[in-house]
Ligand binder design. Sequence first.
Ligand code: ES4
Ligand code: ZN
Length: 319
Amino acid sequence: MSLPKAELHLHIEGTLEPELAFELATRNGLTLPYADTDELREAYRFEDLQSFLNLYYELMAVLRTERDFEDLANEYLERAAAQGVRHAEIFFDPQAHTSRGLELGTVVEGLWRALGDSESKHGVSTRLILCFLRDESAESALATLEAAKPYLDRITGVGLDSAEVGHPPAKFREVYEAAATLGLRRVAHAGEEGPPEYITEALDVLGVERVDHGLRCVEDPVLVERLVRERVPLTLCPLSNVRLRTVETLADHPLPAMLDAGLMCTVNSDDPAYFGGYAGDNFDAVRGTLGLSEERLRELARNSFLASFLEDDEELRAR
Ligand code: ES4
Ligand code: ZN
């Protein structure tokens, strides 16, 4: 099945497939602590978000040049297009690269080499969303936003990711205010491993327009009612939730109940190279295991365009 859809929750660094990781390591004269792609794939058994993040940050070391970021994004866009993705709002983690000595320009220019002609080459329109690492300081986030100023013509919004528990949204109030003043759109991960209160805080303190994951809202009926009333989009990532053990099995995923409650859900892939599938694979999984009707699947696809940062005319063309 290849329903036209928009991908709204995708970390570009999480699209690094083992084959490309080895190719880039070789190209950059680096040695990975894994014998081959099979051995690397063996390491993709995660206990929780942190155990995944450890590998995610470790493997990023192979990304060094503009061309590396270009190749990474091109491979993603090609795979996404093959699964019906017509529009992709792509997260990237500048601090994970600048902390290794890379220039922010290397990352943005490299990604842009692929994103710049994605519409003509892959039939996929794109937006870039700069994410702050919430387990780094608020000062580091502010410095990152400052460093991004020369590239704001290519950056649509800001997000917040990495280790959630212990790093509540309010820690980033100031940088989100600054981002809003610069005309940037705002999203944040909340309620993936963190409590429902973090979702409320992301809305009230950071002014986010969408909540990434938002899964744990189901624990708080009053919050669910608010999210329904305000039509706040949630960018759910079912296969990610299974791999990071946020839900026990896919069959236990609350997506059907969330849709029945009237929440504006979207289905996305998060870190597809690590979690076993791209956007279409996530759609197939929820259709197969959760038994969603064709009508529900069409609703999810429609929501993905409505919740996107496309302008109305672009949105109509994309779907
Ligand atoms: C992430 Cl699944 C997830 N959660 C939070 N931060 C992330 N960064 C990359 N993937
Ligand atoms: Zn994510």
